[in-house]
Ligand binder design. Structure first.
Ligand code: NAD
Ligand code: UDP
Length: 312
């Protein structure tokens, strides 16, 4: 039985990962400071004999014994990571140094949850892993984008200097159950607005694009990536079907039989105009391909939010 640490394990992605790893008969330690995560996301695991929750901030050292580390801790929604930008960058830089230090001491494999944001507002489309990106180093998104870029550098240097088996997963927009209703990301915002028949808030003209990956597909890829040996990547992980934000809004209105109407708001600063991963490498090296298309994934996610909203 492997002992696996998931930092940020009470968040959206982390909670799904913890559940899958416990299901796969691993011993899982979830570390989270509950900044954007919730105990309710891991509620069904709390009494499981192979699961342990530690309330801890990874910007402080952690002394435990583990075989694998998934470093997911970091708020992912622009609204959340911009609330306390200094803490965001500390989490990606100091937190990642602490977790890589733990990997070094325990000789654990280490997977970093990086992001498509490291490409910034990309001038190469679709984005391939060899593209270095177009990132504003001093803007309001920089605490997240540059923090994650630095975390990638750290993974490369700990590999070159200390031979740690690090892996860099560049995750593109992912959605599904356990997203926070107030998280501010586009899919959760639009679904909650639709289900409440409120105005759908499109930022800008809605012609900007994103490619959305269903959570189960992402979890499959992360676990397959961790199983590789001495393979760092970086690897793009996402769904390569590209949609405008306006199209996304229309689908969500249709699938939730909503009376909502679209309203157009100011586009946030440095909001990327287009995003679509080239996933040739993930397909080849992980033998992985996303299985859930946007229509199916949205319908499942809408059902989950419907239940969630009736509980509140
Ligand atoms: P999330 O905000 O739901 O989860 C992040 C978790 O990390 C939360 O539980 C939060 O409390 C915890 N956390 C934050 N700072 C911490 C700290 N200093 N110490 C301990 N715990 C801390 O976000 P998510 O969508 O689950 O994203 C998980 C990871 O995946 C993040 O690193 C994010 O950058 C990356 N990612 C996510 C997406 C996506 O679309 N969801 C896309 C690209 C990258
Ligand atoms: N967006 C929007 N309305 C919302 C929330 C987001 O139009 O209520 C837009 C946002 O400006 C961006 C896209 O949707 O162009 C994706 O935003 P999100 O915050 O989900 O992720 P990111 O910008 O990090 O890809």
């Amino acid at each position: 039985m492997k002992k696996i640490l998931v930092t940020g394990g009470a968040g959206f992605v982390g909670s799904h990962l913890c559940k899958r790893l416990v299901k796969n008969k691993n011993e899982v330690i979830c570390v989270d400071n509950l900044y954007t995560g919730y105990r309710s996301n891991i509620y069904e695991l709390l009494n499981h004999p192979n699961f342990q929750f530690i309330l801890h901030d990874i910007t402080f050292p952690l002394y435990i014994e583990v075989d694998e580390i998934y470093n997911l801790a970091c708020p992912a929604s622009p609204i959340q990571y911009q609330k306390n930008p200094v803490q965001t960058i500390k989490t990606s830089v100091i937190g990642t140094i602490n977790m890589l230090g733990l990997a070094k001491r325990t000789n654990a494999k280490f997977l970093q949850a990086s992001t498509s944001e490291i490409y910034g507002d990309p001038k190469v489309h679709p984005q391939t892993e060899d593209y270095w990106g177009n990132v504003n180093p001093i803007g309001i998104r920089s605490c997240y984008d540059e923090g994650k870029r630095c975390a990638e550098t750290l993974c490369m240097d700990y590999n070159r200097q200390y031979k740690i088996d690090t892996k860099i997963a560049r995750i593109f927009n992912t959605y599904g159950s356990n997203m926070d209703t107030n998280d501010g990301r586009v899919i959760s915002n639009f679904i909650v607005q639709s289900l409440k028949n409120k105005n759908i808030t499109i930022y800008g003209d809605g012609h900007q694009t994103r490619s959305f990956c269903y959570i189960d597909d992402l979890i499959d890829a992360l676990i397959k990536f961790m199983r590789t040996k001495n393979f760092i990547g970086p690897l793009n992980i996402g769904n390569s079907d590209e949609f405008t934000i306006e199209d996304l809004a229309k689908k969500i209105i249709e699938f939730s039989s909503s009376k909502s109407v679209l309203v157009y708001k100011k586009l946030p600063i440095d909001d990327p105009k287009q995003r679509k991963p080239n996933i040739t490498n993930a397909k080849k090296f992980l033998e992985w391909n996303p299985q859930i298309n946007l229509d199916i994934g949205l319908k499942k996610t809408i059902e989950w939010f419907k239940k969630k909203l009736t509980e509140v």
